[in-house]
Design a protein around this ligand. Structure first.
Ligand code: SF4
Ligand code: SF4
Length: 437
């Protein structure tokens, strides 16, 4: 069986958050394969922990992908502060054609456009993907899953980090579909009774208050912050209020654009112009929204750059949505050219954390091999880019860990889904399958 077929069978998708089916990437031909170990979201350390504890598997998965895509070179992107991870990985990359790309501790370093530029000096064309410049990028955990797929092990667990206001911050493997309630308990419980949950990151993740939500194939971890933290009230605001405040308070200082990493890389993203759309009629809106089209929603403009605490990122997200609805696409008139001041404008992670009042929540999240044994799991049928998987089980069926329970049919894009615990199927719908033991 080819590697792409093994990966498809195992249901591997981008574990860094994107959820793109990995077997499709495995079918391409590229010059470079890049491992994304940048992990630039504040407080999360799960990529660091998996690199320190499973370097051989990660490098093997990367080499398998390199061989399969005929890549001449591998590039491992990793931050200089994570020297234990660098040492661990280097033990297995010596005498291979994988080079280390040592990154500074800036936000964002893990954006694909940034990483491809840092590792190869190539610039992805506007609206493009790494493949357009001969590159394939995967998160380090995805390579771990590729290794597992090559030995017939499907994706049934997710590597996560639970941190913030919990008694024992830690990183661990957890069966997919386990509730946040259980993973918080596994981390010793919270140290505050009133809290919000940042899922997969403060800047690019989402805010939730629902502990019955579950881990999926793309959950990086959860961060517990007290409910009176400034970030929770700020991010819990309704979009209409964000727009109303933006409309009246934006003074067009353009700091949001000056600090935008996509703008600094040479893409025509100008959030200060997008902010103008909040005060326009539909016609004017369409003009200004174009400057949002190449935004990657990193959040730096809203959470760091804007001196008025406004929401340019959210305006860009809406602007992109509007463009999509009307079938418009912004064609950048100028060629992509890195801004001469890019390096000087990069935002150190520590400075960002200070601005967001997060430094006091910074904790180590050591890996533990201890396992959670959930009594029930809720496994979504769409945890990936593409079509939902279709259930092949029915209520009352008994399944074992690793059994295929939902599959992608008729050559559609998507990923297979497997049982993450052994037990009885207690619910089947188009949305999810529940297994209870
Ligand atoms: S930084 Fe804030 S105030 Fe300045 S242009 Fe951007 S959104 Fe407006
Ligand atoms: S979220 Fe803001 S800073 Fe980030 S890419 Fe979009 S416009 Fe630029």
């Amino acid at each position: 069986m080819s590697l792409a077929d093994q990966i498809f069978k195992a249901g591997v998708v981008g574990a860094g958050g994107a959820g793109f089916p990995t077997h499709i990437k495995a079918k391409s031909e590229v010059e470079f394969v890049l491992a994304n170990g940048a992990e630039c979201e504040p407080l999360l350390h799960k990529d660091y922990e998996i690199m320190v504890n499973y370097p051989e598997e990660i490098v093997n998965g990367m080499q398998l992908m390199m061989n399969n895509t005929k890549a001449k070179k591998g590039v491992f992107g990793i931050k200089d502060k994570n020297h234990l991870a660098i040492e661990a990985i280097q033990k297995f990359t010596d005498e291979t054609n994988i080079d280390m790309c040592i990154l500074g501790d800036f936000y964002p370093s893990g954006d694909e456009y940034e990483l491809v530029y840092a590792g190869t000096k190539r610039l992805i064309p506007p609206h493009g993907i790494p493949l357009d410049v001969g590159c394939l990028v995967n998160n380090v955990e995805t390579f771990y899953n590729v290794h597992n797929a090559s030995i017939g092990k499907p994706v049934t667990q997710k590597f996560v980090c639970v941190t913030g206001m919990v008694k024992e911050p830690k990183s661990f493997f957890v069966p997919i579909g386990t509730s946040f309630k259980e993973i918080i308990e596994f981390a010793g419980g919270t140290t505050t009774s009133d809290y919000g949950i940042f899922v997969s990151g403060i800047l690019m993740g989402k805010l939730s208050f629902d502990t019955s939500e579950v881990v999926t194939k793309t959950t990086a971890g959860i961060i517990i912050l007290p409910k009176d933290h400034y970030l929770i009230s700020r991010m819990n605001r309704e979009i209409k209020d964000m727009n109303r405040i933006g409309k009246s308070a934006c003074d067009q200082c353009s700091y949001c654009t000056e600090f935008c990493p996509r703008y600094l890389l040479g893409y025509d993203v100008q959030p200060h112009k997008v902010m103008r759309s909040l005060g326009f009629t539909k016609t004017g809106e369409a003009v200004w929204n174009q400057y949002a089209d190449l935004c990657c929603a990193c959040g730096l403009c809203s959470l760091y750059a804007c001196p008025e605490d406004l929401y340019p990122r959210e305006a860009c997200v809406q602007g992109k949505e509007e463009l999509r609805k009307t079938g418009q696409r912004y064609e950048q008139p100028k060629p992509v050219k890195v801004h001469p001041i890019k390096e000087g404008r990069r935002v150190p992670l520590k400075q960002l954390m200070k601005r967001l009042d997060l430094l006091k929540y910074e904790r180590k999240t050591p890996f533990t091999k201890d396992e959670i044994d959930p009594k029930t799991v809720k496994i979504y049928l769409k945890q990936h880019v593409g079509a939902s998987a279709e259930s092949i089980v029915k209520i009352g069926d008994m399944v074992n860990v690793g059994d295929l329970i939902a599959e992608i049919k008729d050559g559609k894009m998507g990923a297979n889904i497997h049982a993450s615990i052994s037990g009885k199927v207690s619910h089947v719908s188009e949305e999810f399958i529940r297994i209870t033991n």
